[in-house]
Design a protein around this ligand. Structure first.
Ligand SMILES: Nc1ncnc2c1ncn2[C@@H]1O[C@H](COP(=O)(O)OP(=O)(O)O)[C@@H](O)[C@H]1O
Ligand SMILES: [Mg+2]
Length: 232
């Protein structure tokens, strides 16, 4: 469905992504993990069209989309939610969901239930600081689901939420893993999310590889700080 061929991304002379090849298939649940600064968010941005690769091509159902904009890709079925969500302040959740679905008749009930929020309690509330991090995160996931993307990308959905909300979030992803009609790519460091992956992708120093679930534990334990220079 989605294919990356030989993707390299350079920034300020540094290779952030280095000759990445990847193929994502339909209706699979992928988890991308790896150390901070390894290139996960950059790779997601290349898929979404926020970053243009220095070299290589992106294909969507065999059509090359390397030069297509974020909007065009979104209409083609690539949807995403950011690690640092844009907060729409001062509008009701109901309205936010309508905007996401581009459909004024949407009632938002089904999708709120899907992310574990009771519609009666949330539809009329405003998107503001009174919502907890976990609630905001779930609403943000709901806005992605409403777009019904063929490929939904979530960059560290667990970021900034507490352990209790996180437990609920895992349930949301478990449900998506089983029932979502499309492919999901989640960037995450969380064991509980990695556990439910159909495939795990490890991104490290701008390279990618698929790994077996039982090997991930060793990778975490064996991680060393790769830093040779001392402080001056
Ligand atoms: N705009 C940029 N300019 C220079 N370096 C960048 C830029 N964006 C990201 N990087 C660098 O690219 C590397 C990969 O970043 P990122 O993709 O955010 O990693 P991850 O999501 O795996 O933590 C990091 O070393 C980061 O500092
Ligand atoms: Mg990141």
């Amino acid at each position: 469905m989605l294919e990356l061929k030989n993707i390299t991304l350079e920034k300020e002379g540094k290779k952030i992504l280095n000759k990445i090849n990847l193929r994502l298939e339909e209706n699979k649940f992928y988890v991308m993990t790896g150390p901070n600064g390894g290139g996960k968010s950059s790779l997601a941005k290349v898929i979404m069209g926020i970053e243009t690769p220095t070299e290589g091509q992106v294909y969507w159902n065999k059509e090359e989309i390397s030069q297509k904009s974020v909007d065009v890709r979104s209409r083609m079925g690539i949807g995403f939610s950011f690690q640092q969500p844009v907060k729409f302040r001062g509008i009701k959740i109901k309205r936010l969901l309508e905007l996401a679905s581009e459909n004024k008749k949407i009632r938002g009930c089904g999708v709120l239930r899907q992310v574990g929020l009771c519609p009666r309690e949330y539809l009329e509330r405003e998107v503001d600081a009174s919502l907890s991090g976990g609630e905001l995160k779930r609403i943000e996931i709901a806005t992605v689901l409403l777009q019904k993307p063929k490929l939904a990308i979530f960059d560290e959905p667990e970021a900034g939420i507490d352990l209790w909300s996180f437990k609920n979030l895992i349930e949301v992803f478990r449900d998506l893993q089983k029932n979502y009609a499309g492919t999901i790519l989640v960037i995450s460091h969380q064991e509980k999310i990695i556990e439910i992956a159909d495939e795990i992708l490890l991104v490290k120093s701008g390279k990618i590889k698929k790994i077996e679930k039982n090997k991930i534990v060793n990778l975490v334990i064996n991680r060393k700080l790769n830093c040779r220079e001392g402080c001056k």
